[in-house]
Design a protein around this ligand. Structure first.
Ligand code: SF4
Length: 273
């Protein structure tokens, strides 16, 4: 559990929309109420579980975090019932047919209908469902600019970067170090595309967890006594197309998925999904 030094530290984590869903008129008032103990950090439904876990007054139990996430998921599904999915399909480069909006997630169809029910060829789990629904509801669908930035350069990314570095970049680097087929499999199983090396990396692969939210993974092999390194980049438009909590969830979720697959199939060579 981290104890905030002041209300501003809490405020920086919020999305600053002043949406009032926490029962306070502004995000600033909410931050003050959390700091003085009148509100719990989890009362803001827009914060991801990792922030709630970090700042909860009582260390959040795993099932408490899961409950918060499930409640948030239900809230998003309710909002979907009020949304024009045909308009969302146009906005987000998806398609709308048979009452369902479909977007490509890592190259596979992922759909939602007007009642918030989800359909997919890939395993439907929270790391993708929350970002998917948030994107449908609030994503602007801006086309990729071609300019890559790190997580910390995105709006509200700086504060969350240490945890992102640990849960996504460092964990993925371990997999890449140990697993010779790591990037080949990323390309073949998840419709990744190897691109010309960026930032002088040895390997650069672009994935599309959502059609307008590309993610680039760059890997530097160990060289001349220098340790290997791995960094994950987002398009400059990422924070307009998705909130920072969902971008965190995509990075950490992708990493967890790769970890599970390598555990299941071993680290020695190619694996299948
Ligand atoms: S619910 Fe969260 S985003 Fe909305 S006003 Fe409260 S603190 Fe701000």
């Amino acid at each position: 559990m981290a104890k905030p030094k002041n209300a501003m530290e809490i405020f920086k984590l919020l999305d600053k929309s002043n949406c009032r869903e926490c029962g306070k008129k502004t995000c600033l008032a909410f931050a003050g109420a959390v700091f003085t103990g009148q509100k719990a950090i989890g009362d803001c439904p827009k914060l991801g579980p990792e922030i709630i876990e970090r700042y909860a007054t009582e260390p959040a139990r795993h099932d408490a975090v899961a409950d918060i996430r499930d409640d948030f998921l239900e809230k998003l599904k309710n909002e979907i019932t009020q949304t024009d999915l045909a308009e969302a399909a146009d906005r987000l480069r998806g398609r709308f047919s048979g009452g369902k909006l479909t977007l490509k997630v890592l190259g596979k169809d992922f759909s939602v209908d007007g009642e918030g029910r989800l359909f997919s060829d890939i395993h439907v789990n929270p790391w993708i469902t929350v970002p998917f629904l948030s994107h449908v509801l609030y994503g602007k669908g801006l086309p990729a600019s071609g300019k890559w930035v790190s997580f910390r350069e995105l709006k509200n990314g700086q504060e969350r970067y240490p945890l992102f570095q640990k849960r996504c970049e460092a964990a993925m680097k371990n997999l890449a170090d140990l697993h010779p087929g790591f990037f080949d499999n990323m390309v073949h199983l998840f419709n990744g595309k190897q691109v010309e090396e960026q930032f002088r990396s040895d390997i650069s692969v672009v994935l599309h967890p959502l059609p307008t939210v590309p993610v680039m993974v760059c890997y530097w092999m160990p060289d001349d006594g220098l340790a290997s390194d791995l960094r994950v980049f987002f398009d400059r438009t990422a924070d307009e197309n998705l909130d920072i909590g969902s971008l965190f969830s995509l990075g950490a979720g992708l990493t967890q998925m790769f970890e599970k697959i390598t555990q299941r199939h071993g680290l020695g060579g190619a694996f299948s999904y």
